[in-house]
Design a protein around this ligand. Structure first.
Ligand SMILES: *Cc1c(COP(=O)(O)O)cnc(C)c1O
Length: 244
C-alpha cells in the first residue's frame, strides 16, 4: 500500500520525503512536463538540477528523500561541508558558480560536473587536477549572451576557440553550454536570449563537437528555456524557497 509522501522511504539514511519538499518538487516537475509538452519534447530529456546554495545539508537530504539526485552548488567551501555530511547518499554534484584559480583542485576532486568554465586557464587547471582514478570532469562552457550586463561567461566570438581547446584536455569532457541571461519577466525576451544560446550550441555541433547538454533556465524562466531546447534546468528558489 502506498502511504504517500509523508512516509515514503527510499533508502537507508534518508528521512521520509516531507510534504513541503514533495509539493515543491512535484510543482517544478509539472512545470517541466508542461513546457516540454508545449515544445513537443520528452520531459525525461530535461534534467532537473536542484540548486542548493545557501541551504543546509538537511534541506538537501530532504529533497533527496523525494527522489532528487542532481544538486548544484556555487561556493566551494559550503559545498564541501554539505558533501561531507551527505556521503551516505548517491548524489551527483555540479559546480555552477564563478571559479577562482585557487579553488580548482577542490572542484576537480569533488564534483562530477562544472557548468561555469569560461577561461582556458581554469579549464587547464581542472584537467590537470582531476584525479586519474575518476572519470573525466563533465564540462559546460558558460557563455555570456547579455553583453555588459554580465561579467561571467565567454563572449560568443571567443566561444569556438575556447571549446576546441577545452575539448582537447584529457581530464575534461566537453558536454555543452551554460548561460544565465539577464533576468527579465518578458517571456519573449527570455526566449530570445535562450534562442541565441541554442544557436551557439548548434554552431559548435557543426564544428565536430559531440555536445548533448544545454544548461539554461532557472526558477523564473525555465519554461522559456525548455521551449528553446534546454536539456538541464538549474532550479533553486522554486525547490528550496527564497534565499536570505
Ligand atoms: C542560484 C543559481 C541558480 C538558481 O536560481 P533560482 O532563481 O533560485 O532558481 C541557477 N543557476 C545559477 C548559476 C545560480 O547561481
Amino acid at each position: 500500500m502506498d502511504n504517500g509522501p509523508e512516509t515514503r522511504k527510499l533508502e537507508p539514511g534518508l528521512p521520509p520525503c516531507g510534504s513541503t519538499a514533495s509539493v515543491r518538487l512535484q510543482a517544478v516537475q509539472a512545470r517541466i512536463a508542461s513546457a516540454a509538452s508545449e515544445a513537443a519534447r520528452d520531459p525525461a530529456a530535461v534534467c532537473l538540477l536542484a540548486v542548493s546554495k545557501t541551504f543546509d545539508a538537511a534541506a538537501v537530504r530532504g529533497l533527496a528523500a523525494c527522489g532528487q539526485r542532481e544538486f548544484g552548488e556555487n561556493y566551494v567551501q559550503e559545498a564541501l561541508e554539505k558533501q561531507a555530511a551527505l556521503r551516505d547518499l548517491p548524489l551527483v554534484w555540479h559546480f555552477i558558480g564563478p571559479i577562482q584559480s585557487n579553488k580548482t583542485r577542490a572542484i576537480a576532486e569533488n564534483f562530477s560536473w562544472v557548468h561555469s568554465v569560461d577561461r582556458l586557464k581554469i579549464a587547464e587547471r581542472l584537467s590537470a587536477q582531476r584525479p586519474a582514478d575518476m572519470p573525466p570532469l563533465q564540462i559546460c562552457i558558460e557563455v555570456n549572451v547579455s553583453g555588459e550586463a554580465s561579467k561571467s561567461g565567454v563572449v560568443p566570438a571567443e566561444l569556438p576557440a575556447l571549446a576546441a581547446a577545452v575539448a582537447a584536455l584529457p581530464g575534461l569532457r566537453l558536454r555543452g553550454l551554460m548561460a544565465i541571461p539577464a533576468p527579465t519577466a518578458d517571456a519573449a525576451a527570455q526566449r530570445a536570449a535562450f534562442r541565441q544560446v541554442r544557436g551557439l550550441f548548434d554552431d559548435l555541433k557543426t564544428r565536430d563537437h559531440a555536445l548533448d547538454t544545454l544548461s539554461m533556465g532557472m526558477s523564473g524562466d525555465l519554461e522559456a528555456a525548455i521551449l528553446e531546447g534546454a536539456t538541464t534546468v538549474r532550479v533553486g528558489t522554486a525547490l528550496f524557497g527564497e534565499r536570505t
